[in-house]
Ligand binder design. Structure first.
Ligand code: FA5
Length: 336
């Protein structure tokens, strides 16, 4: 019985040393050495097998199956390592170290974000702060405080997406422009104020190459004592030169917005044509009074730019709908 135990121990040891050794082999040639050492005609397995002819039938019944099992295990080990090696070898054989690596594609900032940053930077360099506002507005801020009473025809062009959030005091809507932020900022701050407000706006309108129902604006507001119309012109002129180049020409024409007096639009001369990019004007005395400012003490100007339209000019984009189409062929052309 003692003999049986020590033979079983030898079988165990052989299995362990064979599997340790094969796991540490890395080369193809090592695998062949391993095969000869353990599975070869004069290898370790054969010499262990030779015991069979010297042991009793009782011992044979115990040892025989164990030796068979050992033989199977070693063969399996060999086959699985051989297979692994040949796959690695195939990969190594096909690997061309002279090929350039594959580029990892990085995301880029959205063209709208890029133009908003560029425009805001132009104003920041002139001392303006940047502020963001809410996209859900009340009728009071979107219209009433901007001198657009209920029956005013200007409401028609801005009639929009109303929200089902009516309470006793307010009707809610998705803001049609960023101008409501004029009143919100004036209510919370004392002059001097110089601020730009980038953000999304929504209008219930049919889309075409220059109109989206969801688009951006950048509102601007400057309030102080003795601000004049020439400062409005100088500031917007400077912005246009920063965005479009130092020799950019601009044109101001009269326009009407109920919340400014006088009101203008500004166009730039682009590829031989005058193209309107913003609306502006001196803040209306009624707007100043509405937020508790004395129009005899304070004056100021405001403007609203459409950044997508500016980007369309700068980047020769033919259709504003590209901005929201999520087409990577379009988006990946804008590298920050
Ligand atoms: C306004 O929205 C005024 N709040 C601008 C303003 C602010 C005037 C302060 C005076 C003082 P208007 O509707 O023209 O104005 O829009 C201003 C700019 O937003 C346009 O010049 C255009 O660039 C952009 N814009 C307007 N509607 C759309 C649209 N549907 N799609 C894309 N851009 C638009």
């Amino acid at each position: 019985m003692k003999n049986t135990e020590s033979i079983l121990k030898n079988i165990e040891n052989l299995k362990k040393s064979a599997s340790d050794e094969i796991s540490n082999n890395s080369q193809k040639s090592d695998l062949e050495d391993w095969r000869i050492k353990y599975l070869g005609r004069n290898g370790e397995l054969s010499s262990l097998m030779k015991i069979m002819k010297d042991i009793s039938p009782d011992e044979k019944r115990i040892i025989g199956p164990k030796l068979n099992q050992l033989k199977n295990d070693l063969n399996h080990l060999f086959e699985s390592f051989q297979l692994n090696n040949s796959q690695t070898q195939k990969y190594v054989d096909n690997f061309d170290i002279t090929l350039p690596g594959r580029n990892i594609s990085h995301g880029t900032l959205h063209p709208t974000t890029l133009i908003i940053r560029e425009i805001c930077d132009a104003f920041r360099s002139m001392g303006f702060q940047i502020h963001e506002g809410n996209e859900i507005e009340t009728e009071k801020y979107n219209f009433d405080l901007l001198n657009i009473p209920d029956d005013h025809p200007a409401r028609d062009q801005w009639d929009t997406i109303w929200l089902n959030l009516t309470n006793n005091e307010n009707n809610y809507l998705l803001r049609t422009h960023t101008s409501p932020m004029q009143a919100r900022i004036m209510e919370k701050n004392n002059p001097p104020i110089r601020v730009v407000v980038p953000g999304k706006c929504y209008r219930y309108e049919a889309t075409d190459a220059t109109h989206e129902w969801e688009f951006h604006q950048i509102e601007g507001l400057a309030i102080d004592k003795k601000i004049s119309f020439s400062e409005l012109k100088g500031t917007l002129y400077q912005m246009a030169r920063k965005i479009f180049g130092s020799d950019q020409q601009v044109r101001f024409r009269c326009d009407f917005f109920p919340f400014v007096e006088p009101g203008v639009d500004m166009s730039i001369l682009w590829e031989g044509r005058w193209i309107e990019i913003l609306g502006a004007g001196m803040v209306h005395p009624k707007v100043l009074t509405g937020v508790g400012y004395d129009p005899n003490e304070y004056s100021g100007f405001a403007f609203g730019i459409g950044p997508e339209r500016v980007s369309m000019l700068k980047n020769k984009i033919k259709d504003i709908r590209n901005f929201h189409a999520n087409d990577l062929r379009f988006l990946s052309q804008f590298v920050n």
